[in-house]
Ligand binder design. Structure first.
Ligand code: SF4
Length: 392
């Protein structure tokens, strides 16, 4: 089978590996020429968000879909009746370079099953990226996985070659990981490498020539959780994410709602609700961009987020209904807590206030604020604004 054939064989199953995807709307779409160059690559191309709202096409694939581990949720698990595909590093690097030159992709996301141990598998990933960077002078974006068991020097080399690295935590606690992947070690194989990446970044910092990517402080790093079958709570997921953001400089956590795969031990479990995935992302943005702490969020008795409403609105109902925020005097921190007002809206309100008082919802609308969402939780010069109550 040629390299393109292998890529097509792998494509349907790479959807289980979220990699900085963005949806089809809300961002600038790829050009028709780019689309045309992606002919025959259905399923292998995914889109990442780039500054300015651009969608960057990435080739997402595995060096091998053979794996000696037996994670319960995974289509590539050892022993599953599944036709495996393996690329040689030079074969995969050549394919990536060809797709890059014809304009079909702007970067690659390379992962792998574990074949012959984590050290050997990491070597295959490094070899592929080295050939791309050195032989083909590839200037595109590279996201590389760090395998469980990879050695320190391999992590350093991986970081030198990549714009982004990732270690998939899969679950936020030892108990939940045991229900998903009983042979993975949460701390030793997964959390330690994430912390190690941050330590290497800090140690090597901005030394000239350290990184082949343009970010002087080294590549960013992400992780992924499989949400649902591990019995983890949303509070567990968000606490672990917040810890890693603090300690490991985590750029993003991906929450992947579980979908059962046939012929795996979890095949009879129901799929996880995509609404749960959405609430987790919304909450994580509150932690990352809005200054919320995990324990401020509203969870149910089991430690899960309510599904029926946006977590910022739930928080506001509990905290602002009887203590509305005065738009004309509140500081940045308090303004950010109001539903319907984001970081951009806050800056616009602060600028507008220098010119005069904001007295009407229509003035907020003109600033791009979702004024009707904010209305139940604000005061405008001491007055509650009149607004249409929501019917339930
Ligand atoms: S190690 Fe990765 S590829 Fe292998 S079974 Fe587990 S999740 Fe799947």
């Amino acid at each position: 089978m040629d390299a393109l054939g292998k890529l097509k064989r792998l494509a349907p199953d790479t959807r289980y590996e979220p990699a900085e995807e963005v949806g089809p709307t809300g961002s600038r779409a790829p050009s028709p020429a780019c689309r045309a160059s992606q002919k025959d690559l259905e399923g292998a191309i995914h889109y990442a968000a780039a500054p300015g709202g651009r969608r960057v096409p990435l080739l997402k694939t595995l060096v091998t879909s053979a794996c000696e581990r037996d994670c319960y949720y995974c289509p590539f698990r050892a022993g599953r009746d599944y036709s495996r595909v393996t690329f040689k590093p030079d074969e995969l690097a050549k394919l990536c370079d060809q797709l890059y030159r014809r304009g079909a992709i702007e970067g690659v996301f390379l992962s792998s099953g574990i074949a012959g141990g984590g050290v050997r598998t990491q070597s295959q990933l490094i070899d592929t990226a080295e050939i791309l960077r050195d032989r083909y002078a590839f200037k595109g974006y590279i996201h590389l996985k760090i395998m469980p068991g990879a050695e320190y020097d391999q992590i350093v080399r991986t970081m030198q070659l990549a714009d982004r690295v990732s270690v998939n935590l899969e679950a936020p606690t030892t108990a939940s990981l045991a229900r998903l992947a009983p042979h993975k070690l949460l701390v030793e194989e997964l959390i330690q490498p994430l912390l190690g990446v941050e330590k290497i970044r800090r140690t090597m910092g901005g030394k000239p020539g350290t990184w082949t990517n343009p970010y002087r402080s080294g590549p960013s790093q992400t992780t992924q959780f499989v949400v649902g079958p591990g019995g983890e709570t949303d509070r567990d997921l968000l606490r672990t994410t917040a810890y890693l953001r603090r300690k490991a400089g985590l750029a993003r956590a991906y929450f992947s709602a579980f979908n059962p795969v046939t012929d795996t031990p979890l095949e009879d479990l129901p799929a996880e609700s995509p609404v749960r995935e959405r609430r987790l992302y919304q909450s994580d943005f509150l932690l990352r961009d809005y200054g919320f702490g995990v324990d401020e969020l509203v969870f149910d008795n089991e430690g899960n987020l309510p599904h029926d409403e946006d977590p910022k609105i739930v928080w506001a109902r509990h905290n602002l209904t009887h203590a509305p925020v005065e738009i004309n005097r509140a500081d940045r921190h308090d303004l950010l807590r109001i539903p319907g007002i984001g970081p951009v809206g806050v800056e616009r309100i602060l600028r507008a206030r220098r010119l005069g008082q904001l007295l009407e919802l229509s003035s907020l609308r003109q600033l791009g604020v979702l004024a009707d969402r904010a209305a139940p939780f604000i005061l405008l010069n001491g007055q509650r604004p009149t607004h249409q109550l929501r019917f339930w």
